[in-house]
Design a protein around this ligand. Structure first.
Ligand code: URA
Length: 270
């Protein structure tokens, strides 16, 4: 049997996905709207106890049509697994579309039109689940959470909140000059602190001893993206640890228009 994500056929999610914002809300110069909105990953059946706010989809997400399935997703899936949360989660992003350009993410952090649609998702998810904790990945998600919290409609939510460093913080910090080891240690310390706090408030799917991170991610720290989180029929290599989607092109426009998908060499049945 191959479990799969049944998608958005039923209310309230059918109404939400039918009514997604486009270029009138997400400017083409700041978002890769041409790859379409990517809404979520995880449970929409009322069983989520952890609600996660990520940042924006990247190349892998544009193909798999679910969020946080690439490097960031696998790192964070491991975080959830350490908490004993194997299935009872739902993930949405701050932005429906991939951010284009360095400043676009910050420029739209408090954009009221973008927030309005995001708030509809947050309100719906906390109303239709028993959410015990909301986790924001990175600064933009933290701003998105507090923007929602300042809104009276969010007041029924009385669970915990943790803002943690984004799963790819070590990569972006290293790219802007921080010592890679320092950046990775910061992430590990930050995530270990959050695990300790969250383990007291989140009811696990599976009881397991809390194993903290060491100096860096080990293979065991990376979670496997469950087959049940993706649309039916997606091949297993789309959930593998090897990258399989990259933006490519000789010019910025070509690169924006092109995602190359390649089956990782170790995953080919031929
Ligand atoms: N992919 C996502 O969908 N969200 C993130 O925050 C990072 C990668």
């Amino acid at each position: 049997m191959h479990p799969f994500d049944p998608g958005y056929a039923h209310t309230p999610y059918a109404d939400l996905v039918a009514d997604y914002p486009g270029t009138e809300t997400y400017p083409v110069k700041d978002f890769r709207i041409e790859w379409g909105p990517i809404f979520h990953r995880g449970r929409l059946d009322g069983s989520a106890r952890v609600l996660v706010l990520g940042q924006d989809p990247a190349a892998h997400e544009a193909i798999a049509r679910r969020i946080l399935v690439g490097t960031a997703g696998r790192r964070f899936q491991g975080f959830l697994n350490k908490l004993g949360i194997d299935t009872s989660y739902v993930l949405i992003n701050t932005y429906l579309y991939s951010v284009y350009g360095q400043h676009a993410g910050n420029a739209h952090a408090k954009d009221p039109d973008i927030a309005r649609y995001r708030h509809r998702w947050l309100d719906t998810l906390v109303t239709h689940n028993q959410i015990e904790a909301i986790i924001a990945l990175g600064g933009l998600a933290d701003t998105a959470f507090h923007t929602w919290r300042s809104n009276p409609a969010s007041s029924p939510y009385d669970g915990a909140y943790e803002h943690i460093l984004h799963p790819t913080y070590p990569d972006s910090a290293a790219a802007s000059g921080t010592d890679p080891h320092v950046a990775m240690s910061r992430l590990m310390a930050n995530w270990n602190g959050a695990l300790t706090a969250l383990s007291t408030v989140v009811t696990p799917d599976a009881q397991r001893p809390l194993v903290p991170y060491g100096n860096t991610f080990t293979a065991a720290d990376l979670g496997v993206i469950p087959e049940a989180d993706l649309p039916p029929g997606l091949p297993a290599w789309m959930r593998s640890d090897e990258p399989w989607a990259t933006r490519q092109g000789a010019t910025p426009k070509e690169k924006r228009a092109t995602i190359t998908v390649q089956i990782p060499s170790g995953q080919r049945p031929f």
